[in-house]
Design a protein around this ligand. Structure first.
Ligand code: 5AD
Ligand code: SF4
Length: 495
């Protein structure tokens, strides 16, 4: 780095060091903006960015903030990764094949970067929380411009400024644990009428197969004040549907990030209380939440859902396995019988609820009998949708040290489970055929001209004739034909 620049950069950073973090980041957004203005003068166009997001709703929501920051700086979003001047990969590491996919992507971007000197590549998200992966990027993909993690993604502008104004070719900044919680960043929502709201970060459950607690840290809950304030702001901004997000929303409130008057007054304040408070917000029409760990789903929560029509009749309740001995080895802390009893309890109070789940096949030591238990539960629980995964070994988790099962056997069992899932979910999710349901319209249909696509409160997709003007509104739709995982319908607005 030339001395003058280094001096200026240090001075910049020192000058803003004592400022609160959001203001500090705003400062760097402005500094980047100045550089981008010069790019626009030189090139006659704004630079394009593309954020490729992998993994869960949390990552999708983090990406909305990355997009917000980049737009504030002056970048313009481009759909096509190949046309972007700045490509960011927001990675997931829940399953192993994601790493190979990322390296493949980087390999193909290398050539483009050689022919476009202004092109930048950034990688962030859960995969970057693993030091071995960061070492691979450092050693084999030195052309990647910046690497950051889940605990400091709010620093995008600062890292970008460092890269653009300095001479360091590769900026790597990953924190091992959270240091600051920074909210109220600029964000650009994918949909103007619905949004996710983080209610907590991290996970304390340490399921023995899962990497999440290691890459997202221990559980931290936002205060009810903070969550309610953000939700009110979103509603006044036009959101009619909110999804409360956490790895295990049912343990909300164990460890708050800040002091809270509401908690001081009511130290037992929990997720059902929060859900009920969110439902009280005028103008908000539909509330979802994700994800529920079966061990923590309380009677109180079921009662709150039952008496609040705003809460979507949908519970995502990952079972993972139907076998009590596998569940024990997974450290899930419920048995097959506990899970089935919970399903009964939910259905007794919420007869029209849709249950969805995650299922894993191939956990170490799993036998044919265990698979039969899983199949029993699939048939018993009557899921509308089930996401099936082949167990993937994650270095550093307890299950990685257990004796692994022959992949051939796992594949055969996976296909068997998949077939049961397909049959069962098709039958169950088609049960509303002929009924009329309220649908929140999301977009124009990609494949059928003159059609729009929306979701019922149970999260199932419906396609029906309509135009752009319906996007963001609730429409009563007659479900004419169940097509497996979606419906074809018609609006009954004027009939
Ligand atoms: N291998 C395969 N699937 C996994 N999941 C979590 N960890 C693993 C793993 N190591 C699945 C679980 C979880 C979903 C988000 O991803 O089913 O519920
Ligand atoms: Fe992973 Fe289990 Fe936490 Fe879910 S509850 S994020 S599966 S450790």
């Amino acid at each position: 780095m030339n001395d003058k620049l280094e001096y200026e950069l240090n001075e910049d950073i020192q000058a803003v060091a004592p400022i609160e973090e959001p203001a500090r980041q705003e400062y760097f957004m402005n500094k980047c903006h100045e550089i981008i203005e010069q790019f626009i003068i030189d090139n006659g166009r704004a630079p394009g960015f593309h954020v490729a997001t992998f993994g869960c709703q949390m990552n999708a929501h983090d990406s909305e903030k990355l997009v917000g920051i980049l737009e504030k700086i002056g970048y313009k979003e481009v759909e096509d990764e190949d046309k972007a001047d700045f490509v960011i990969f927001n990675t997931c590491t829940v399953r192993e094949n994601a790493n190979q996919k990322l390296y493949g992507h980087l390999g193909s971007l290398k050539k483009r970067k050689q022919s476009n000197k202004d092109m930048l590549i950034g990688i962030c998200g859960c995969m970057m929380q693993q030091p071995e992966t960061v070492d691979v990027i450092r050693n084999k993909y030195a052309f990647v411009d910046m690497v950051f993690g889940t605990f400091n993604f709010y620093k995008l502008a600062e890292l970008l400024y460092k890269r653009l104004s300095g001479s360091e070719r590769q900026i790597i900044e990953v924190l091992a644990k959270p240091e600051l919680n920074v909210e109220n960043l600029p964000e650009r929502r994918k949909y103007s009428f619905k949004s996710g709201v983080n209610i907590m970060y991290g996970c304390n459950n340490f399921c023995t197969y899962c990497i999440v607690p290691y890459v997202r840290g221990r559980e931290r809950s936002r205060t009810p004040e903070d969550i309610l304030c953000e939700t009110r702001r979103l509603v006044s901004d036009g959101c009619v549907e909110i999804m409360l997000l956490g790895q295990n929303v049912n343990s909300y409130g164990i460890n708050f990030l800040e002091e809270s008057e509401i908690i001081k007054e009511n130290p037992d304040y929990d997720f059902p209380d929060l859900l009920e408070d969110v439902c009280r917000i005028d103008g908000l029409k539909r509330v979802r939440f994700m994800t529920s760990h079966p061990k923590d789903l309380s009677d109180k929560l079921i009662d709150v859902i039952a008496r609040n029509p705003k809460v979507a009749r949908h519970i995502h309740l990952p079972v993972q396995s139907g076998s009590s001995s596998i569940l024990k080895a997974m450290n899930r802390r419920y048995t097959k019988e506990d899970y089935m009893a919970l399903v009964d309890k939910i259905r007794a109070k919420l007869p029209d609820v849709s249950l969805t789940t995650d299922i894993m096949v191939g956990f170490p030591g799993e036998t044919d009998e265990d698979i039969q238990d899983t199949i029993d539960v699939i048939k018993y629980a009557k899921y509308d949708q089930a996401f099936t995964f082949i167990y993937s070994i994650r270095t550093g988790t307890p299950a990685a040290k257990m004796e692994q099962t022959d992949p051939k056997l796992v594949n055969e069992r996976f296909n068997r489970v998949l077939e049961v899932v397909r049959d069962s979910c098709t039958e169950v999710s088609g049960r509303f055929e002929g009924e009329t349901k309220e649908v929140l319209v999301e977009c124009l249909n990609d494949h059928m001209e003159g059609y729009v696509t929306g979701r019922m409160d149970n999260n199932i997709l419906v396609h029906f004739p309509g135009d752009e003007s319906l996007i963001g509104s609730f429409v009563n739709v007659k479900l004419n034909e169940a097509k497996g995982f979606y419906y074809m319908g018609e609006s009954i607005k004027n009939q």
